[in-house]
Design a protein around this ligand. Structure first.
Ligand SMILES: [Zn+2]
Length: 273
């Protein structure tokens, strides 16, 4: 994994916001959408390591096509003064999309096709739902350990002053108007902690609903971050919610059964080497 800013910094207009929170610098960039063709052919064809975002995506990913909307520089960064860094970026998220169709995607495509005989069949040579189990990009000095410790959700619900907040979309695809596949990440900084929720949400209308959620929680002055990864999924027929009431992830995710849950401690080295 590499940090996106290293591969073509300065060639793409972005706006940024940042905040200093104890030893952390927390920032995000916002960019426009990934173009669907090479935007600087003369430069990219020189092949001297300067490429437009589109060409970077083509080189780095082996997907036959990308989601309708990718925001290549919508990136959330959490950097600790020790050098520890956590990043959420769409390129690394799309690296984790399977290039082989899994059984579920094929079944899904067939069922989808049966319900819409005139629709163009989604390509099932890869995971066309862009399902990703991306949990963020971590710097190498972070030690990952399993833990029993849970995120303190009571603390998260407490009404306190919000110091910093943003909701970034990393990519989104409307599955040819038959659903949604979306990856987004939210950051919230409060007086004593920061909290990140990254959410991959998939709804294939009348077929399937799925979510992959990564939560990161860090109490100021602790030497670790809690990371919770949760997979939820249900067939549309098994959840009694009409499609029109499933427009937003929040409408449906709380009702989905949990398929997998993993708690980890990300230990950060507080000493600067
Ligand atoms: Zn290019």
């Amino acid at each position: 994994m590499m940090f996106v800013e290293n591969i073509d910094s300065g060639r793409y207009t972005t706006t940024s916001q940042s905040i200093q929170f104890g030893p952390w610098n927390i920032s995000y960039d916002i960019s426009c959408i990934l173009p669907s063709v090479c935007s600087t052919k003369v430069v990219c064809e020189r092949n001297d390591n300067q490429f437009c975002q589109f060409c970077i995506y083509c080189k780095e990913l082996s997907l036959p096509h990308f989601p309708d909307m990718v925001f290549p520089k919508n990136i959330l960064k959490l950097e600790h003064k020790s050098g520890t860094a956590i990043q959420f970026n769409p390129l690394d998220a799309l690296r984790n999309v399977s290039t082989k169709a899994r059984a579920i995607e094929v079944a899904c495509a067939e069922e989808w096709q049966e319900s819409r005989p005139n629709a163009t069949k989604p390509k099932n040579t890869f995971d066309w739902t862009f399902s990703t189990d991306y949990k963020g990009t971590l710097s190498e000095n972070i030690i990952i350990e399993p833990t029993e410790e849970a995120i303190d959700f009571d603390l998260l619900k407490r009404k306190e002053q919000i110091i910093f907040y943003h909701d970034l979309t990393l990519f989104e695809d409307e599955l040819h108007d038959h659903g949604i596949s979306k990856l987004s990440v939210k950051i919230r900084v409060m007086p004593t902690y920061w909290y990140v929720l990254m959410r991959y949400f998939l709804r294939v209308d009348d077929v399937l609903v799925r979510s992959h959620e990564t939560r990161m929680f860090h109490l100021l002055n602790k030497d670790y971050i809690l990371r919770e990864f949760t997979v939820k999924e249900a067939k549309a027929q098994d959840i009694n919610i009409p499609t029109y009431q499933m427009k937003e992830a929040d409408d449906v995710i709380p009702f989905l059964p949990v398929k997998e849950k993993k708690m980890e401690k990300l230990i950060i080295n507080l000493e600067k080497n």
